[in-house]
Design a protein around this ligand. Structure first.
Ligand code: NOJ
Length: 540
């Protein structure tokens, strides 16, 4: 496996500049023909991922689960849901991935469990104040008879964040907190049993050979013990702001310091990547102090509109704040929770041109990058799914006001002319694919040098070959206001025209002996770079 050399010249761990491919397990490849992707399906497609040129895969949750939130409602953290396979399948997947030089990251969901988890079932069967209840956040209700919820906190998916239980004797009882669906009760992270249990879970997967963990809702574990009302002062969703009573409290950092001691006790460069939605890069950096987590998703690029100023300040701020704690930046354009970026950038031909340019921009930036499955095929959001096939709880809990995230989770098109486009051996796919995806299958794009897939493959190959790319620094070149141009040493320049009109190239590119390495558009630009285009140069 590749060891990289940082700009300081020392050997740096792989995760400082890895390109990590997100496999949304239920939508990647279906081996058994039930219409849902599975671990053997992923295993059969590992050569595709090796050829794409990525370094690691992150697998979304595959644990036993009633699937109230697509597997983020975990019943047993040490097993595999039969829909996705078995523990043996995980072992074989890890073994095959390693043999191909790919690392494997699994998803850890510590903020909540499934309401079907044995701990929660035990809590419901036990009395208020019992040890079983202290693993979760049970509280008495307010008002006469405790009929009102303990406070005004809202679920991230709409509706109240509290559900009232019926006590074992049949009377209306306490309420429990769930920042997501009622089927995802929040754990109480002040409870030592909860802390010990998750350290055991970490060891279970580390012993099986995983290279890292993606931490779900990493900024949510600690809650203000007073549980004050939000009183309109804070939003439930969106990046957390300081002072929020249930997001990004300082107490979460104790948990990560303990986890770091666990991964550090294992050989190899095992790592964490945290999902932390906070408003300021300064708050993000706190999670990445040397004795805490290795990396975190940096959502600044994903949240920025297609606008040169906004993109540049997202890039600058991220690099600056993360460097202060010695952490590498990571870059993300899409994932399973947001609208696919071809669509965010305007959709159709324009959205695709911008997405191609964004890919070259992202892969040239210092640090690591995440590729969400299907972005390498240029897939757009599927916006016209019929209501009856939708599965995202966000759709149901908002009465359809929010379409939810199903549109970015549609199974991948691999081959053929008709759905399910080689997704599995039967005609089924758990969400229907648009017939137009016949043009976007892996098979079709693999033989087209102008395809999005070819662009990703070329960019990822160059990224491995060029010492300037990956970890390190960038220096901006000042050009026109729509142009994002930067230099990386030795001898590399990336230029992205974020505007719609052709823009002048800087003199140092035109007058030097610059060689075009890769362009996102169909032609070699001469003197001017067309709108929504990016280009990589080797400088003489
Ligand atoms: C973040 C995950 O990415 C999302 O898919 C999930 O619904 C929530 N956390 C709750 O676990």
């Amino acid at each position: 496996m590749r060891q990289v050399t940082s700009s300081a010249g020392s050997s740096a761990p792989w995760w400082r500049d890895a390109v990590i491919y997100q496999v949304y397990v239920r939508s990647f490849a279906d081996a058994n023909g039930d219409g849902v992707g599975d671990l053997p399906g992923i295993r059969s497609r590992l050569p595709y991922l090796r050829d794409l040129g990525i370094d690691a895969v992150w697998l979304n949750p595959f644990y036993p689960s009633p699937q109230a939130d697509a597997g983020y409602d975990v019943m047993d953290h040490r097993d595999v849901d039969p829909t996705f396979g078995t523990l043996t399948d995980v072992d074989e997947l890890i073994r095959d991935a390693h043999a191909l030089g790919l690392r494997v990251i699994v998803d850890l969901v510590p903020n909540h469990t499934s309401s079907e988890h044995p701990w929660f079932r035990a809590a419901l069967a036990a009395a208020p104040g019992s040890r079983e209840r202290t693993r979760y956040l049970f509280r008495d209700g307010r008002g006469p008879g405790g009929d009102e919820p303990p406070n005004d906190w809202r679920s991230n998916f709409g509706g109240l964040a509290w559900t009232r239980v019926t006590e074992p004797d049949g009377t209306p009882g306490q309420w429990y907190l769930h920042l997501f669906t009622p089927e995802q009760p929040d754990l109480d992270w002040t409870n030592h049993e909860v802390r010990a249990e998750f350290e055991t879970i970490l060891r279970f997967w580390l012993d099986r050979g995983v290279d890292g963990f993606r931490i779900d809702v990493a900024h949510g574990l600690a809650k203000d013990p007073e549980m004050p009302d939000l009183a309109g002062g804070y939003a439930t969703s969106g990046p957390a702001v300081e002072g929020h009573p249930h997001w990004d409290l300082d107490e979460v950092h104790d948990v990560y310091r303990a986890w770091r001691r666990v991964t550090d006790s294992y050989p190899g460069d095992r790592m964490f990547v945290a999902e932390v939605w906070v408003q300021s890069p300064q708050r993000l950096a706190l999670y990445l102090r040397p004795d805490e987590l290795h990396t975190a998703f940096n959502f600044n690029l994903l949240l920025a509109p297609w606008d040169a100023k906004a993109l540049r300040s997202a890039i600058d701020e991220s690099i600056h704040e993360l460097a202060a704690v010695g952490a590498p930046a990571t870059w993300v354009l899409s994932n399973h929770d947001v609208i696919r970026h071809v669509t965010r950038y305007g959709g159709g031909d324009l959205g695709t041109r911008r997405a191609r340019a964004a890919a070259l921009l992202m892969l040239a930036l210092p640090g690591g990058a995440y590729v969400y499955q299907g972005e390498e095929l240029g897939l757009s959001e599927v916006t016209d799914l019929p209501d009856e096939v939708r599965q995202d709880p966000a759709f149901f809990r908002t009465g359809g006001a929010e379409l939810g995230r199903d549109g970015c989770r549609v199974p991948l098109p691999w081959s053929g002319q008709e759905p399910p486009f080689g997704f599995g051996p039967s005609g089924a796919s758990w969400l229907p694919q648009p017939p137009t995806w016949a043009e976007l299958t892996v098979d079709r794009q693999a033989s087209d040098p102008g395809s999005m897939l070819a662009l990703y493959r070329n960019a990822l190959r160059l990224r491995r070959e060029l010492p300037a790319l990956g970890d390190g620094q960038l220096t901006w070149i000042e050009v026109g206001e729509d142009m994002l141009a930067f230099r990386r040493e030795p001898g590399f320049v990336c230029m992205t025209n974020v505007g719609d009109e052709p823009a002048d190239l800087p003199r140092e590119v035109l007058s030097g002996s610059a060689v075009v390495l890769l362009t996102s558009g169909p032609t070699n630009p001469e003197g001017r770079l067309p709108g929504a285009n990016a280009v990589w140069y080797a400088m003489g």
